[in-house]
Design a binder for this molecule. Structure first.
Ligand code: MG
Length: 228
C-alpha cells in the first residue's frame, strides 16, 4: 500500500526530474526554481482560517521569514573564491556535502553568533503574520537552530515582531507540534507534517532545491507573502 509519505516522495522525485534545466536570476542570484509560474492565492488563507477559532500558526524562520540563502551563497563565495555550482544544488536540500567538496565548512556559516543581526524579513511577511494575529491567531515561530545562532535568531524575531505576541520553539520536528496552520519552506518538513496532521500547510518555495506539486497532498505553495 502506498502511504501518503511514500506518495510525497514519489511526487517530489517526479517533480525534480522536470526541474533540472531551469535556471533564473532573482535579485542578482541564480536560482533554479521549483516554483514554476507564480500562483496567486488572493484571500485564500483568509478563507482557510476564517472558520477557525484562534488558530495556532506555526511558522518556520529560515527561508520562510528571512532570506538566509543569499548570505549562505555569499559565504560560499567568500570562502571558496567561486560561485556556488547552483546546478548541483538542484533537487538537494542539504548542500553541506557540496560545500565540503570545495573545502568550505557550511556548518561554520550557521554557527555565526551574529548571523541574523543585519538581516531583514522578506517582503510582506510581517504584515501577513501580524494580520493573522490581529484576527486571533496564536503565532509560534519554530526553527531548527544551531546553538550558536539561536540568540541572534530570536532577537531578529523580537526586532521585527515585537508588536505581536509570539512564542519561539527551537526545534526541527515541527510536525510534532499542534497547529492549525504550518508555514515552512522545507518540502520534507511540510511533507511529513501533511502526512501526519490535518490543517493548512503552506510551503514557501524560493530556493533552487524545491520541487513539489502541492496539489498532490493539499499543500498550498507560495513564493511571495503578498500572494497569500
Ligand atoms: Mg526553513
Amino acid at each position: 500500500m502506498t502511504t501518503d509519505l511514500e506518495q510525497f516522495h514519489e511526487d517530489l522525485a517526479r517533480h525534480r526530474r522536470g526541474l533540472s534545466e531551469r535556471i533564473v536570476t532573482l535579485d542578482g542570484v541564480d536560482y533554479a526554481p521549483g516554483f514554476g509560474p507564480y500562483v496567486h492565492f488572493q484571500n485564500r488563507v483568509d478563507n482557510m482560517v476564517s472558520n477557525m477559532i484562534n488558530p495556532v500558526v506555526v511558522c518556520d524562520v529560515d527561508l520562510t521569514v528571512v532570506d538566509t540563502l543569499v548570505p549562505y551563497l555569499q559565504w560560499f563565495k567568500d570562502h571558496s573564491g567561486q560561485n556556488f555550482p547552483i546546478h548541483r544544488g538542484v533537487g538537494e536540500y542539504d548542500w553541506n556535502p557540496i560545500f565540503a567538496e570545495y573545502g568550505v565548512d557550511a556548518h561554520a556559516f550557521w554557527k555565526q553568533t551574529d548571523l541574523y543581526d543585519g538581516l531583514q524579513p522578506v517582503p510582506h511577511c510581517v504584515e501577513f503574520l501580524t494580520n493573522l494575529v490581529s484576527k486571533g491567531a496564536t503565532l509560534i515561530f519554530a526553527s531548527h537552530c544551531y546553538q550558536e545562532h539561536e540568540k541572534s535568531k530570536y532577537e531578529f524575531l523580537r526586532r521585527f515582531f515585537d508588536h505581536v505576541p509570539f512564542e519561539f520553539a527551537s526545534l526541527k520536528a515541527k510536525w510534532l507540534l499542534r497547529y492549525d496552520v504550518l508555514i515552512d519552506d522545507n518540502p520534507a518538513v511540510i511533507g511529513l507534517a501533511a502526512a501526519r496532521n490535518s490543517g493548512v500547510h503552506l510551503m514557501r518555495t524560493t530556493t533552487p532545491n524545491i520541487g513539489y506539486d502541492e496539489r498532490a497532498a493539499g499543500i498550498t505553495r507560495f513564493s511571495c507573502w503578498s500572494d497569500l
